[in-house]
Write a protein that binds this ligand. Structure first.
Ligand code: PDD
Length: 282
């Protein structure tokens, strides 16, 4: 597999960084994950806009977003993924310098690392739905930045895995924020709810896709917190991300959502996303 590191395309196992990289020492960096369908990068501009914002919020000196687009496209070609489904991972850190909390001198270039891998959706999860667990949201209050500092997400996700679940969903102040790596939606009385954008959640690209589809299909929706006190009344739940697309949730901790099967609103949205991607590829 060919990866990209700081200006070079090279075998992934040859892509090595300094032990003094600030990504390694401080998790001082950010990332993006983009999905390609038949070799075409989906919602590329939205991902680039969010990347730009993460870079600006972390004050990393990097201007050339056009270059990142070029890298993502070239990685698909280099890895023979031009007609396949794939994901592209891009990570930018504040570069390497002796470990000091303050920013390094201005001439220290950021580290830019990226790779593309073939991707197959998890059909069983998409069709049958998944179990999730609920965990207190112990993360920092700038979850809107796509930082590589993901320790609470990793610990929560690992616990989910160990309990036979597929995602851990965070609760803060009596409401759902988001999953360890997904946005979360619920359906009450045929109306779709998801947490409003704030510093407590990542502005998911797939989240925006789903809300746009609700608009187009006249499915009622509200960006309003999913309250813990009402959760068991939800008819449907689903999680979304670039990787998981729209995955139904049929079990939360030990209770079953609705009748334990993916619901009609989730199914309609899954069908609409499929059509959207077909249109995108036309
Ligand atoms: N995760 N919330 C969090 C905390 C996430 O990490 C992600 C994405 C999302 C969904 O965002 P999007 O729809 O733009 O993929 C929400 C990526 C896929 C990851 O960490 O691998």
């Amino acid at each position: 597999m060919i990866a990209y590191l700081n200006g070079n395309y090279l075998p992934r196992d040859k892509a090595v960084i300094s032990a003094e990289d600030r990504g390694f020492n401080f998790a001082d960096g950010l990332y993006e994950v983009i999905r390609s369908y038949s070799g075409r990068l989906f919602k590329l501009d939205a991902h680039m806009k969010r990347l730009r914002r993460s870079i600006d919020e972390l004050r990393i000196p990097f201007d050339d977003i056009g270059k990142v687009k070029e890298i993502a496209e070239r990685l698909l070609k280099e890895n023979d993924l031009s007609s396949d489904d794939a994901t592209v991972y891009i990570q930018i850190t504040r570069g390497h310098a002796p470990r000091k909390h303050g920013f390094p001198p201005k001439d220290v270039p950021p580290t830019i690392f990226a790779y593309a891998s073939a991707f197959k959706p998890h059909e069983q999860e998409l069709n049958e739905g998944i179990k999730i667990i609920l965990k207190p949201d112990i993360r920092w209050t700038r979850c809107d930045i796509k930082s590589v500092s993901l320790l609470p997400n990793i610990l929560a996700f690992q616990e989910a895995k160990e309990k036979g679940a597929v995602e851990a969903v965070f609760m803060r102040d009596g409401a759902v924020t988001e999953g360890s790596h997904t946005s979360v939606f619920a359906v009450f009385d045929n109306k779709v709810f998801t947490a409003p954008k704030s510093h407590y959640i990542l502005p998911g690209i797939t989240r925006d896709v789903v809300l746009d589809l609700c608009r187009k299909r006249n499915i009622p929706f509200e960006e309003f917190p999913i309250l813990e006190s009402r959760m068991k009344k939800a008819e449907e739940f689903f999680i979304t991300s670039t990787i998981t697309e729209i995955t139904p949730v049929v079990q939360i901790d030990e209770w079953m959502v609705g009748n334990g099967k993916p619901g009609p609103v989730t199914r309609e949205l899954q069908g609409s996303v499929k059509e959207l991607i077909e249109d995108f590829l036309r």
